[in-house]
Every structure is written in C-alpha cells, then in structure tokens.
Ligand binder design. Sequence first.
Ligand SMILES: Cc1ncc(COP(=O)(O)O)c(C=O)c1O
Length: 399
Amino acid sequence: MFRLVPPAGTPLRSSQVLSALRDVATANGHGKKTLETFAAQLGARYAFGASSGRAALWTILRGLRRLRPQAGIVALPAYTCFSVAAAVVRAGLQVHLMDVIPETLDLDVCAADSLPEKSLLCAVTANLFGYANDVRPLREMARARNAFVVDDAAQALGAWREGKPAGMRGDVGLFSLGRGKAISTIEGGLIVTGSEEIAKAVREELALLRPASAFHGAWLLLQLLGYSALLRPELYRIPRAMPFLKIGVTEFDPGFSVNGLHPLSHSLFLSLVDQLEAINEIRRANSAWMREALEGHPKFCVPQPSANTRATMVRLPVIARDEDTRSFALKRLRVAGIEASAFYPSAICDIEGIGAHMTNPPVHRAGAEHIARTLFTLPVHPLVERKDMERIADVLYSV
Ligand SMILES: Cc1ncc(COP(=O)(O)O)c(C=O)c1O
C-alpha cells in the first residue's frame, strides 16, 4: 500500500504560501493584522517572533536571567521535547527535572522541594499534544521561590484550561510554528507575555540576533511549497524517504541556530491563524471518535484531558500496556498505511550527556520513563478520514 497517513500536520495550500511571499515582497501586511493583534486575542500585551520554539525559549531564558542573574536552575518536565532541554543547556543554565503523571500528562512539582533557595530561575510547562497542563501547583511552587513560570505551549496553540489560553498561564509563554504543530509555517516561534519587564528583557535579547540569510529564506520557501504539495496520504512516503528532512527525528542539539522570525513565516502565520479554531475542532472531533473506539481496550489507554480543558490534539497520545505491545502496534499500523509515532525516544533524564547539565545526576523519573517506553501517538489531523480511523481501531483491536 503506497498510501501513508502522516502522523501530524495542518493542510497548507501553495496559494497561501505564494500570497505570503507576495506580502513579504511588497511589504504588504495582512490588513491590520500583526503579531500584536494575535497577542491581544490571547490577552497578552506583548508578542515577539523567533526562528523556532527552541529559539523562543532560549530568548526567554536569557531575558529572565537578566532579571534574576543569581538564579541558574530551570525546572523542566522529565518528558518533553529534547529541544526544551537543549535551550536550557544553550542558555548556560542547569536542568532540574519534574516527573510527569502518565494518566493526565500533568507535572509533579515535588522535585522542586530539594532546590536551594533563590536558585530557581523558572519552571516550564509542557502542554504536550495540546493538553493544557494544570499550572496551579507549578505557579505556587515558583511563587514560593520567587521564580517565573514559562508556559511552553509549543504544541498547544488554541488550547484552553479554566478559561485561560495555553501560553498565557505563566509569566511568559511560547508557541512553535514548526512541523506537526497546530499551525505550521515549517519553522518559527512566538513569545507572549503580559509583563512589561519581561517584554523589555526579551526585546533586548532579540535585538542582539542576526536575521537569517537569503539562502535560508529560499530553503524555507522550498520546504513550504514541498510541504503544501506532499503533506497528503497519497504522497507522504516521498518526503518520509528523504533523510535530510529529519522527519520524526528527535535530537538533543544545544548548538541550534537562533534568529528572528523569518518574514515569510511571520506573514504566513498571520494569514493562517484565522483557521486555527476550525482545524483544532476537527482534531478534537477525530480524537473524541478514537478515544471512544479505544474505551475499555485491555492493552491501550488514552490519557484523559481534564474536564475543564479544551485541548488542541496535534496528535492523540495512547499509552500501551508495555514496550513490546507498543512496538507491535506501531509495526502493524505502518503496514496498514498509518504513521503512528513512538514520539520522544527517552525521558529527558536518559538523554546521553545531559547529566553534566543537571542539578542532581543521575536521576530517574519513573512516570516520564514509563511514558517514554509505552506512549505512541495516532494521527487525528484534518487529512485523516473516517476509514483511516476505523482501520486504526481494527489494527489496535487485533494486537
Ligand atoms: C513542548 C515543546 N517545546 C518546545 C519545542 C521546540 O519547538 P521548535 O521545534 O519550533 O524549536 C517543541 C517542539 O516540538 C515542543 O514540542
């Protein structure tokens, strides 16, 4: 079978890419739409762009360090994207890990108890798959230590919890526009905050960055056009077979580049953001269908977002009974033309070489390590058809 359903994605038309390119070339904005109007819709006073989510986080960390130069520790979820840990390391800070609760994907803040006073710079959320984390315990823990909360909503653009948008439940938040996110412009990151002092520190950091090269702009355009043409089940095996695209690869690389948000990504984001809600609604409906289909399954369970949340569901996470069951399910799904993903290869504590950057190595976080061994994600994006979801359910019931 040549058809292969991509694990995540947001449909993009080449006309949208070309229209964004035209806007950049003619310095034409999107009417009155700017990053600030996007921020205002979220309730943020300030918004900034960076070249990626990790560049956004790095900039935030450098900015916060200007405000608390004596604090050098960042509390991170022990199961999150490797580039979160890479941003901390690149900023010259130390990692302190909080465990993740497999049933809800919320964070266990107890780990912070052991930290020396005044050493914590900030605590970072994860909001993985667009499940908006419960940030209250994190905020209380951070406030008691005069530290900041960074609401990492890289995967959660459009998610809410208790009436507050993800990204806006800390002192400063970030979104990613990378591949597989709620809206993708291939690369890009956004920073939002309501705090004037944080905005000032972030602005000063951003002012030090160099713009990306013209060559990079051409490569970005090529990738956007390729993405718009090939992100469909009938053609997805083509980009999947190109190793230089690093599709599905998670690396720990503190040497990542940091630039401002490319004008093409900026312009495209502003033109796509109006579709966000409709696209997330499809993801939520597909997730609800899949969750119901897997209800009561003896070998797989879907972590439950809390009742007062609205998740974005950039992917649907499923926890298998054990590692072998997961491997078997992934293989069977691939044969059936479904690209499910084992997601991050390990918990943050098990990344090779991370020990030198941790407050207390060697450390194990049981919840995060269990998730890393057993979690996989199912596609629920708008390109997934009902027949695909029925096939997924059939495969998982035959495992
Ligand atoms: C939770 C989380 N934070 C940060 C990032 C970094 O975003 P980017 O890939 O745009 O650098 C990611 C990327 O996948 C992520 O999932």
